[in-house]
Design a protein around this ligand. Structure first.
Ligand code: IFM
Length: 468
């Protein structure tokens, strides 16, 4: 069976991580603009002022996407570029920029998937309480309406939020990401509620104002536990661990059940007790607007087995287990079990909205960027994804993270996730070996995955011999 004929092979980015032009053409400040200016917040005090300069180089980047053969491109809109203060006045030049990007994508046959919010919250809204303010859901829905009114004659795929676990958890509870606050747990739960409500209200706004039929999704982290063996008890233990409630903000069901089931999970209500905010009963109806797909961002996974009572127990990796440059465990079965567990729980089509790895890439003496680890990583994760398709999971597409090396939040430019190498001082782009490899995967609709990266490796060998 394999990947469907119309499977969407894509790559993803986000506005703050690539655009730059942080102070140009009427853009307002985002919390990341502020955060990066506080010494010590970001690795080597890097910032996104220029990033990949995509704001000026989008045409070159779209040409490179075409060269790779992408069918889809997942990008986000910068809220403060469109509405500088988060609410009120609209910045026409901001909308013009996204117009140009969309038009040029469509011109070369690449389908845009638009994420409305990927962490660059308008700075001015912090003075109004940000996500703590119950009105924050309306601010987001108003912004969604503005974008949809402008772009929905051409854009058909919309995603409300990217990894809300991270932007709320890291930004307002742990304080390691912008805006760098550390709220009480009860305030954190209040913010979660407002983000969920903003999702529901944005879905309503998109449906009400879209000019053409559209599909709407949500892209939380797809935190996955994988069974240590294929025994039914280990599989059930892994499922249980995937959907366990925890007090850590890295959990799935507090963020997903309200959207798909219209209720918070009982286990969470019990664990969080009095910290759970009071809210109008109708909120859950708004939050659980029907959506068309679930996007899963999957990078790593924990292996678990069942104990004597069937409960999940973490299985530590063997000494020397494979890791990415970020020191994230490499567990390819995540893209089999993740989509399967989430589809079985929520009965919704799945996209992998992010998957990839940071690698220690540099330009070799031959002028190329050889990243065999990334090729092997992607090959393994995609073979597992294909297995999930074979087993009947409705998977519509895959977006590699990321198209370009880019600004990795509090880690600055230290981590390189791209298919395309960016030499930041010159802004020169170089397609990495993995980009050429991905092109083969796309052209063959996944059939070349069976070569385990061999075709590309053979090409390296040939070139090395040829050049003596
Ligand atoms: O770069 C991030 C992205 O913005 C959100 N998901 C994870 C990626 C890698 O850390």
């Amino acid at each position: 069976m394999g990947f469907k004929k119309d499977f969407v092979w894509g790559a993803a980015t986000s506005a703050y991580q690539i655009e730059g032009a942080a102070y140009e053409d009427g853009k307002g400040l985002s919390v990341w603009d502020g955060f990066c200016k506080e010494p010590g917040r970001v690795w080597q005090d890097h910032n996104g002022d220029i990033a990949c300069d995509h704001y000026h180089r989008y045409q070159e980047d779209i040409n490179l996407m075409k060269e790779i053969g992408l069918k889809g491109y997942r990008m986000s809109i910068s809220w403060p570029r469109v509405i500088p203060e988060g609410v009120g006045e609209i910045n026409p030049k901001g909308l013009d920029f996204y117009d140009r990007v969309i038009d040029n994508l469509l011109k070369v046959g690449i389908t845009p998937y638009i994420t409305l919010f990927h962490w660059d919250y308008p700075y001015e809204l912090i003075y109004r309480g940000g996500w703590l303010n119950p009105d924050s859901a309306n601010w987001f829905a108003d912004y969604a309406k503005v974008v949809v009114e402008r772009l929905s004659d051409r854009v058909k795929y919309w995603i409300t939020h990217n990894e809300p676990q991270c932007f709320i958890g890291f930004g307002y509870y742990d304080g390691v990401n912008a805006p760098g606050f550390k709220y009480y747990f009860s305030d954190y739960l209040r913010m979660v509620h407002h983000v969920l409500l903003s999702h529901g209200k944005a879905v309503q706004a998109i449906r009400a104002h879209a000019k053409t039929p559209c599909q709407i999704g949500y892209a939380p982290m797809g935190l996955t536990s994988c069974p240590a063996t294929n025994s039914p008890t280990d599989i059930e233990a892994a499922r249980q661990a995937t959907f366990n409630i925890t007090k850590h903000f890295f959990n799935n069901i507090w963020w997903d059940d309200p959207i798909f089931f219209g209720r918070y999970p009982e286990s969470g209500l019990k664990l969080y007790g009095d910290a759970v905010p009071n809210f109008p009963a109708d909120d859950l109806k708004i939050i659980s607007q029907p959506i068309d797909f679930l996007g899963l961002n999957i990078y790593q996974a924990q292996k678990v087995r069942a104990d004597q009572n069937g409960n999940p127990v973490d299985v530590p990796g063997q000494t020397g287990y494979p890791m990415t440059a970020f020191r994230w465990v490499v567990e390819p079965s995540a893209t089999y079990w993740g989509p399967r567990f989430f589809a079985e729980r929520y009965h919704v089509p799945i996209y992998i909205t992010e998957n990839g790895m940071s690698n220690i890439d540099w330009v070799s003496l031959d002028g190329k960027v050889h990243d065999p680890q990334r090729i092997d990583f992607l090959n393994r994760f995609l073979l597992e994804l294909e297995k999930a398709c074979d087993d009947g999971v409705d998977i519509r597409g895959y977006f590699q993270w990321s198209l370009l090396d880019n600004f990795e939040w509090a880690d600055g430019y230290k981590e390189r996730f791209g298919l395309i190498y960016v030499d930041y001082p010159t802004q020169r782009r170089i397609l990495k070996d993995s980009a050429y490899w991905y092109r083969d995967v796309i052209v063959t609709n996944g059939a070349s995955l069976q070569n385990n990266g061999a075709a590309v490796n053979a090409a390296f060998r040939f070139e090395r011999y040829a050049s003596g």
